[in-house]
Design a protein around this ligand. Structure first.
Ligand SMILES: Nc1ncnc2c1ncn2[C@@H]1O[C@H](COP(=O)(O)OP(=O)(O)OP(=O)(O)O)[C@@H](O)[C@H]1O
Ligand SMILES: [Cu+]
Ligand SMILES: [Mg+2]
Length: 669
C-alpha cells in the first residue's frame, strides 16, 4: 500500500485488513447455531428450539464471545469512522449489535437478579443472526473485490510486455519477453517507455518520472552511472541500461501495481453509498431515540421503548448497502475485461455518463499508426536519398514513435546499414535530436521550421501534406538536407465510431501533432468537423482544459507520448492498448484491443453501471423509508408492529435482490 495514512482509511477498508473474514464467519456460525437453538426468537418458542435449566447462562456466554469475536471487525471499523468524524455503515452495524448485546445482558440481569420486575425479552437470537449475516456479507464483498482484481490482472497481462535487448557484440537490438530479461543484460529504453527492470544507465541521458514507484511526482535527471528503477517511465531521452535486478520490479510486480492502483481508487458512487450510510446512521439514531421517548410516554415503562429503539437500529443496519456498490463494480470490471476494457480508475465509470466532448488523437487512434514511406527527398547533392534514409534511420532506431517504425521498415527493405547515433532525445511534438559522427542531427516538422525561420520548400510541403502525408525534415547542424514523407491508413472502424458518437450527441474533436493538411484529410474521411493540428503535447492538454472551462465533461482518447498529459487531465482518459507505456499509465481506461469502437462499449457499460448502482442503493437502503417508521411502531395503533425477526428477513431479502440485480448488468452492443 502506498502512501495511505491510517487515518484516511474508511471503516470499510479497515475491514479488509481485519484478516480472515471467512474464518471469522465460520467460527461465528458455529457459535451462533447453539444460540439460535437455545434462545427463543422474539419470545416465540419455535418447534426446533430447546431450553433447559441454565441454558440461558450458556446463551449469555456464547453471545458474549460472539459479540466480541465476530463483532470485532465492525466495532473497530466503527471506531475508525468515529475517529475520522464520519460515522457511517460500520458505526450503524456496531450500534445495532452493541445495543442488541447490552440490552440482552440487561434483560438477563433483570430476569435473574431483579425478581419483582416483569420478564424482559432478550435479543441474543437477533444478535447471533445479525453478526453471522453481516460477516457473510462482508466476506462475499471482499471476495468480489479481489475477484475483480484477478480479472484485471488477466487483462493487464495482455498488454505489450517486451523489452529491447542489445546484443553486446553485434550491437543489434531485438525484442524479447520481459520474463526473459536477466541480470547483466543490456537494454534499450526509448522515450515514453517503461523501464523494464532495475538497472544502471550505460549510455544516454534522460529524465525519468519515478512517481509510480516512489510516489514523488517529479522528473529526475539521469545520466551514465545513475540508477533507474524498473516500472518508472522514461522521459524524452533514449538510454541504454544494464540490468541489475528483476523480480520485484519485474513485469508481474508492475501488473500488480496497476491492479493495485485500480483497486485503491474509491469510486464516486462508492462514496455515495457511504453518504447514504451516514444519512441512515443519523436517521436511524434520531428515529430510534424519538421512538424510545415517545413509547416511554405512552407505556410509562421501559421494556417496550427499548425494544422499539433496538428494532429501529437493527432494521436500519445496512448490510445490503455494503454489497450494493461493490457487487456492481466487481461485475462491471469483469464484464469490461471480457470486452477488452481494462478499467484502472472506477471514477471513470461515474464521469463517463456525463461526457459531452470526446477529444481524440489522430495517429494511432483514428489511424493505424502503421506508416509507410511514400517519398524521400534530398536537398543537397552530397547526400543521396539513401543517405537521408540512413541518417534518419539511425536516429529513429531509438524512437518508439509510429513514424519511426515506418522509416525503419523502409531501412529494412533497402537493407541499408545504419550508423550509430548517440544522445538521442525526443523533442515532444516536433521530432528527434541526436549526434552522429560528432554532428548535430535533427528530425523536425514543417511547423517547427517555420517557427525557427528555417528555409524549406513550402510548395513541395503543401503538395505532400495535401496527399495526406506526415512530413519529417532532416537537419544537419541546423541546415535542412532532406525530407521523408509517410502515409498512414485510417482504422477500419473509425468512421462508424464517429457516426455513433454523433448519434449519441457527443461532439468529436480531433487533436493532432501532425500537419494541418494530413489532419484535414483524416477528419474529412471519418466525418469530424472540428480539429486542431500542429499541437504540441502541452497544447493538447490546454485544449482539454479549455473545454473543461466551458463546463464540458471531457473524454480524451489517445495513444502517444504526446497524449499523456491530456489523458491525465481529461475527466476520463482512455488509452489505446497498443500505445506507449506512458499513455497507458496516464489513462483511466485502456482499450486492450486498440479498437476505438470499444470506447462506445465503455460508455454503455458506464451508463448501465451507474444505473445499477443507484437501483441497488434503493434496494439496499431505500426500503428503510418504510421499514424504519414501521419498526418505530408508527402503525402500532392499528396493530402493525415490525419485529426484529421480520426486520432481519427483510434485510436478507434486500441483500438477495441487490446481488441478483448486480448480476443483470450488461453491455449493450
Ligand atoms: N520519431 C519521430 N520521427 C519523425 N518525426 C517525428 C517523430 N516524432 C515526432 N515527429 C514529428 O512531430 C509531429 C508531431 O508528433 P506527435 O507525436 O506530437 O503527433 P503525431 O503522432 O504526429 O500525431 P497525433 O497527435 O495525432 O498522434 C509528427 O507529425 C512528426 O512530424
Ligand atoms: Cu443488516
Ligand atoms: Mg498518437
Amino acid at each position: 500500500m502506498k502512501g495511505m495514512d491510517h487515518e484516511e482509511m474508511s471503516g470499510m477498508e479497515h475491514m479488509a485488513h481485519m484478516g480472515n473474514l471467512k474464518q471469522k464467519f465460520l467460527v461465528s456460525l458455529l457459535l451462533a447455531i447453539p444460540i439460535i437453538l437455545l434462545s427463543p426468537m422474539m419470545g416465540l418458542e419455535l418447534p426446533f428450539q430447546i431450553t433447559f435449566k441454565g441454558s440461558d447462562w450458556l446463551v449469555l456466554l456464547l453471545g458474549t464471545i460472539l459479540f466480541f469475536y465476530g463483532g470485532k471487525p465492525f466495532l473497530s471499523g466503527a471506531k475508525m469512522e468515529l475517529k475520522a468524524h464520519s460515522p457511517a455503515m460500520m458505526t450503524l452495524i456496531a450500534l445495532g449489535i452493541s445495543v442488541s448485546y447490552f440490552y440482552s445482558v440487561y434483560a438477563f440481569i433483570s430476569n435473574h437478579f431483579l425478581p419483582n420486575q416483569p420478564h424482559v425479552m432478550d435479543f441474543f437470537w437477533e444478535l447471533a443472526t445479525l453478526i453471522v449475516i453481516m460477516l457473510l456479507g462482508h466476506w462475499i464483498e471482499m471476495r468480489a473485490i479481489s475477484n475483480a482484481g484477478d480479472a484485471l490482472k488477466k487483462m493487464a497481462e495482455l498488454l505489450p510486455n517486451e523489452a529491447t535487448i542489445i546484443d553486446s557484440t553485434s550491437l543489434k537490438t531485438k525484442q524479447i519477453p520481459l520474463s526473459e530479461v536477466a541480470i547483466g543484460d543490456l537494454l534499450q529504453v526509448k522515450a515514453g517507455e517503461k523501464i523494464p527492470a532495475d538497472g544502471i544507465v550505460e549510455a544516454g541521458t534522460t529524465s525519468i518520472n519515478e512517481a509510480m514507484v516512489t510516489g514523488e511526482a517529479k522528473s529526475v535527471k539521469k545520466q551514465v552511472k545513475d540508477k533507474v528503477i524498473g516500472g518508472s517511465v522514461n522521459g524524452e531521452g533514449t538510454i541504454t541500461i544494464s540490468v541489475t535486478g528483476t523480480g520485484e520490479s519485474g513485469y508481474l510486480a508492475q501488473v500488480m501495481a496497476l491492479v493495485g492502483s485500480a483497486k485503491e481508487e474509491k469510486s464516486a458512487v462508492e462514496s455515495l453509498s457511504d453518504r447514504v450510510a451516514k444519512w441512515l446512521f443519523y436517521v436511524a439514531l434520531s428515529v430510534g431515540i424519538l421512538a424510545f421517548v415517545s413509547w416511554l410516554f405512552i407505556t410509562k415503562e421501559i421494556n417496550t421503548p427499548l425494544e422499539r429503539m433496538v428494532t429501529v437500529l437493527v432494521i436500519a443496519c445496512p448490510h445490503a448497502l455494503g454489497l450494493a456498490v461493490p457487487l456492481v463494480t466487481a461485475r462491471s470490471t469483469s464484464l469490461g475485461a471480457k470486452n477488452g476494457l481494462l478499467i484502472r480508475n472506477k471514477n471513470a465509470l461515474e464521469s463517463a455518463k456525463k461526457v459531452d466532448v470526446i477529444l481524440m488523437d489522430k495517429t494511432g487512434t483514428l489511424t493505424e499508426g502503421d506508416f509507410s514511406v511514400t517519398a524521400i527527398e534530398s536537398f543537397k547533392s552530397d547526400y543521396s536519398r539513401l543517405d537521408i534514409l540512413k541518417i534518419a534511420g539511425a536516429l529513429e532506431q531509438k524512437s518508439s514513435h509510429p513514424l519511426a517504425t515506418g522509416i525503419l521498415k523502409r531501412v529494412e527493405e533497402e537493407k541499408v546499414k545504419l550508423p550509430t547515433a548517440s544522445e538521442v532525445q525526443a523533442i515532444p511534438g516536433v521530432g528527434l535530436s541526436g549526434t552522429i559522427n560528432h554532428q548535430n542531427i535533427k528530425i523536425v516538422t514543417a511547423s517547427y521550421l517555420m517557427k525557427q525561420k528555417g528555409a524549406f520548400d513550402q510548395e513541395q510541403f503543401n503538395q505532400l501534406a495535401g496527399e495526406g502525408n506526415s512530413v519529417s525534415y532532416l537537419m544537419i547542424e541546423e541546415t535542412v538536407i532532406g525530407l521523408i514523407a509517410q502515409g498512414d491508413k485510417i482504422k477500419e472502424n473509425a468512421s462508424q465510431f464517429i457516426k455513433e458518437l454523433l448519434d449519441r450527441g457527443i461532439q468529436p474533436v480531433m487533436l493532432t501533432g501532425d500537419n494541418q493538411a494530413a489532419a484535414k484529410i483524416v477528419a474529412d474521411k471519418v466525418g469530424i468537423q472540428t480539429f486542431y493540428a500542429n499541437l504540441l503535447p502541452e497544447e493538447k492538454e490546454k485544449m482539454v482544459a479549455r473545454y473543461q472551462q466551458k463546463e464540458k465533461t471531457v473524454m480524451m482518447l489517445g495513444d502517444g507520448v504526446n497524449d499523456a498529459p491530456s489523458l491525465a487531465k481529461a475527466d476520463v482518459g482512455i488509452a489505446i492498448g497498443a500505445g506507449t507505456d506512458i499513455a497507458i499509465d496516464s489513462a483511466d481506461v485502456i482499450l486492450v484491443k486498440s479498437d476505438p469502437l470499444d470506447t462506445l462499449h465503455f460508455l454503455s457499460l458506464a451508463k448501465n453501471t451507474t444505473r445499477k448502482m443507484i437501483e441497488n442503493l434503493w434496494w439496499g437502503a431505500g426500503y428503510n423509508i418504510i421499514a424504519i417508521p414501521l419498526a418505530a411502531g408508527i402503525l402500532a395503533p392499528i396493530g402493525v408492529v415490525l419485529s426484529p425477526a421480520v426486520g432481519s428477513v427483510l434485510m436478507s431479502l434486500s441483500t438477495v435482490v441487490v446481488a441478483f440485480n448486480a448480476l443483470l448488468l450488461k453491455i449493450d452492443h
